[in-house]
Design a protein around this ligand. Sequence first.
Ligand code: PXP
Length: 239
Amino acid sequence: MKRLSVNIDHVATMRQARGDREPDPVAAALLAEIAGANGIVAHLREDRRHIQDNDIFLLRKLLKTKLDLEMAATDEIISIALEVVPELVTLVPEKRQELTTEGGIDVVSQRARLTKVVGKFHEKKILVSLFVAPNEDQIRASKDTGADFVELHTGEYANAVGKDIGVQLSRLQLAAKFAAESGLKINAGHGLTYKNLVPVAIIPEIEEFSIGHALIAHAIFVGIDRAVKEMIELLREVK
Ligand code: PXP
């Protein structure tokens, strides 16, 4: 079955709004696991606007599934990741002013540096995923770096309207096929919701979905347990 990783950043955003202890993103992660999530994603941003270093160390200790540490490939965050040793790191571009990760990482222009970064993680047996646009050049360059996975950026699909939805969906289908033929494993995420997930989930090569905003927004009304189970139910329908 297709797998679901739950991104808990938004729980930390609410906590940071008050500078208090609650709601606790680590508690949210544990509840998401109990509900059936296959993994937890947390983005340790350079400005620490939501997830804090301590959250990552606690997640590392307490999770029973897997930790996907989403991060920019900066020296500071790389050294934290090498200390934490998550199962997977997902490298993303990061701009301080953005509300969320806006685009894929430009692997083509940073191929040599990213190859070194991937090598450092592999020395510690940490798998590496590169968050990229559904674009052959970026996928080819990702393979060249030695990365294990690409995470296809589904944001343009999620934002598309009318005929463009089909156009964006076929970009994702072609990119997933190309990545699989290149020997990469494939995750996908960004902007996926209860309404738009299924057409992407049907793409056979995609193994796992990283979902945050829609799921945590729903959880505010129905609780994390039900929000996770409803998302898993959608994935179960597509097998
Ligand atoms: N994947 C990556 C690489 C992301 O940066 C994000 C946003 O934090 C997500 C998945 C999840 O996106 P959303 O919160 O829109 O579900």
